[in-house]
Design a protein around this ligand. Structure first.
Ligand code: PNS
Length: 165
């Protein structure tokens, strides 16, 4: 076995990153020596933040975590993983709906790149079932999402839904 640390990719849209995501990244870091948070850009999605903004918010939210970096994801996830020397993709599962979709992606990713393994982590109990989209809806309607995101994300969401920066 190699002495090189295992590298895990934790991909997602992170629009914006939530405390549920942060929990998965922290736990992925316990499984792997290094973690790359890969911020995707799905053209079918109508994002609140640009990819660059989502990368910056993830970086600000994860600044205290050593051996974790945040990078934009372009192209196929498995190609990104291979290019970064990662041997696993870590995904959080909240409920059955996540599993149906994630299993399909895991099978296709395994077909495309058998050397990269997908690992599913059960979402944490505290913030596990929240979603970025529900938080965006709450914020758009004037609700308080402070408990579920970092102060940096809260500031950015508040400014964006108010029509500011
Ligand atoms: O948080 P999301 O929106 O579910 O994240 C989706 C993401 C970025 C993980 C997914 O769209 C992705 O992996 N995109 C890269 C393109 C790719 O490899 N797609 C999967 C082919 S099976």
């Amino acid at each position: 076995m190699s002495d090189e640390p295992l590298i895990a990719v934790v991909p997602g849209s992170y629009d914006p990153i939530t405390r549920g995501h942060l929990d998965i990244v922290r736990r992925a870091r316990r499984l792997a020596g290094r973690v790359i948070v890969a911020v995707g850009d799905n053209t079918t999605k109508n994002y609140l933040f640009t990819q660059d903004e989502r990368v910056q918010l993830a970086r600000a939210s994860l600044a205290d975590l050593p051996d974790v970096v945040v990078e934009p994801l372009t192209g196929l996830l498995v190609d990104f993983a291979a290019a970064h020397g990662a041997s696993m993709i870590v995904k959080g599962l909240r409920f059955a709906g996540d599993f149906d979709y994630e299993l399909q992606m895991a099978h296709l990713n395994s077909h495309l790149q058998p050397a990269v393994e997908t690992v599913f982590l059960p979402a944490g109990r505290a913030f596990g079932t929240i979603s970025s989209s529900l938080l965006r809806t709450i914020a758009h309607n004037g609700g308080d999402i402070a408990e579920f995101v970092t102060p940096e994300v809260l500031r950015a969401v508040t400014a964006r839904v108010a029509g500011g920066t």
